[in-house]
Design a protein around this ligand. Sequence first.
Ligand SMILES: *[C@@H]1O[C@H](CO)[C@@H](O)[C@H](O)[C@H]1NC(C)=O
Ligand SMILES: *[C@@H]1O[C@H](CO)[C@@H](O)[C@H](O)[C@H]1NC(C)=O
Ligand SMILES: [Ca+2]
Ligand SMILES: [Ca+2]
Length: 368
Amino acid sequence: MLSWLRVWTVLLLGALIPAGRPRLYTNRWAVRIPGGPGAADRVADKYGFLNMGQIGNLEDHYHFLHHRTMKRSTLSSRGNHSLIAMETSVKWVQQQMILHRKKRDRQSANFNDPKWEKMWYIHCDQNCLTDMNIKGAWNKGYTGKGVVVSILDDGIERQHPDLKQNYDSRASWDFNTGDPDPTPRYDATNENKHGTRCAGVVAAAANNSHCMVGIAYNARVGGVRMLDGDMTDMLEAQSLSLQQNYIDIYSSSWGPDDDGKTVDGPGPLAHMALENGIRKGRKGRGSIFVWASGNGGRNKDHCSCDGYTNSIYTISVSSTTQSGLKPWYLEECASTLATTYSSGDNLVTVGHCPSTVRGVLLTISGTS
Ligand SMILES: *[C@@H]1O[C@H](CO)[C@@H](O)[C@H](O)[C@H]1NC(C)=O
Ligand SMILES: *[C@@H]1O[C@H](CO)[C@@H](O)[C@H](O)[C@H]1NC(C)=O
Ligand SMILES: [Ca+2]
Ligand SMILES: [Ca+2]
């Protein structure tokens, strides 16, 4: 009976002690002895310790070293010196254990993606003025993890080697041909690469030895193919409300003509889709609609005349050059809420990387 009891006790204790590394005791003690350094020295002498002095700024707390104890041991030290705890002038004592602490700077380690060195807007190390403090956000844990983004554009290459890891078919649809696969239409002029490039900037896989690193490299990314065909108000509304409880962010880099003469915006259905999205989307927290503010600077176009970027339901994003100036294509208006470095200006994206998919498909379609 007794031995069974012992087995049960061992099992019970085993279950209570956290699994993992064993505790390790050191040969150093922290001791609290009021009465000044002289009192501490006397106690140290009596029990065979060396008084290494006050612990930092902690009054009455001393660092005692015991040379005849092992530097690291799984057992706490026993012996006459441990009777120090019984000494009346000793108010508190603790044999120091080895704690496990990890550096929190692992994100500043570099990625192995070949374009990483050129991604100055993420890490400005040389020949640049500034970056966007993206590493600062990463270090706080904001890497896109748990966020679903969909790019509303001319499609995305879901098989692209740098996109397929984060590609999310639930955040995707092809409204141009009415099927779930948003793969772009390949043609000789390669005009339908815009959506794929945007997706890469957002969520290209990090540290996969391929191409580049997305700003939100842990985000899920989908594509809505809707710009490669006739556009209608209904099609815009459908695109802007796809999976509204699943997709967090809809990213749109399109709009009415930037010709300096056009005043246009969402039709009644698209307007309702935006409003419904911000009220009910994302399970009631509101969909996030991000919009490019427009490229009509050369035509003196004004983004106030664009009802999408100017909408109170969208976050309108403008652009800056690498040197912090206004690019020639920039449109100015009051609705602009943020500015970012922009693609004309040495911004790396998957468009600059070999895409085996595109190569193969162009060959198949005979237009390579
Ligand atoms: C511990 O103290 C006892 C009694 O004072 C003494 O006999 C013994 O030798 C001491 N042991 C050590 C390891 O100092
Ligand atoms: C990237 O992968 C390499 C191994 O290929 C690894 O040594 C490195 O720590 C990784 N970098 C980051 C930031 O995770
Ligand atoms: Ca990559
Ligand atoms: Ca415009």
